[in-house]
Design a protein. Sequence first.
Length: 317
Amino acid sequence: MCRSPRGVVDWLDHKSDLFKAGAHLDYLKKAIILIAFFALGCSPDYQVSDQTETRVVVDSFVQADRIEELDVLVALDTSGSMSDNYDDVADGIELLRQDIESLTLDYRFGYITMDPTNLSYLGPYDSSSSSIDLLMAPSLLGSTFYEEGFGATYSFLDTEEGLAFRRDEADFLLFLISDEDEQSSISANLFHEWLHDEFKDVNHDVVAITQLEDSECGYTYDIGYKYEELVNLYGKDAIDICEEDWSVWLSDSSYLTQLKDFIALSEPDPILESLVVYVDQVAIYNWSYIEETNAVKLGFIPDHGAVVEVGYNVYVT
């Protein structure tokens, strides 16, 4: 009897209760093996069988949970060269606020300077704050000398005001905005490790807006190398502070509204006939394989918290 891959998965769904008690991974592997078995069973008896060894790979991701609480900290360079960027910061934060309010009304904004020796803080601003409050905040921060975004963030979150601003169960979003490189002794790797330890119980992300090597500013000194290095560790690029309309990227560059509809496969050259896709342990068929990026693209966006799994065989070389 010949079965299509879809028929095999349907047959397994009907015959097995292996979804229970953590057995889903074994189930997925068995489904892939059976698909390969039935595919061979559909070949003519006289065909020479391929004895090439294969192994099973399962890739997965969990869709981000819906945001309930969010704290947004904006570390802003308030040295003299940044004064003409305050309007862009204010406009961008207002755009971000609109995005956030489509997800939750339980949010806080706080602004700090980048000088650990002369920390200035304004906030918290929340859903009850007016747009004028947010628009005026950048220009109300005190002028400072040092540009140490890493050091200022680290110092602020350990102050009385910082401890009051931060909420234990709130997700955390950090903006680092400066037209010069980060000048503290803290490396990007060390700061990245500290952030992951400090916010290990919640989601967190970082957005850097700084001067880039190919910046539209037209000059090549004071490149924000450490800020670039930090956001690269989060799988993203820094934003050019001299981009004509960079403020809109404040709302587009965060993880907040991003729900994935694809999964990049960890192994190249999957055996396409063996691919199976599950969302919350239910087999789905509304997907396609994109060879150029070695990814499975879903025909829909799974909901918050959904578990997406892709199983497949690869040849053992």
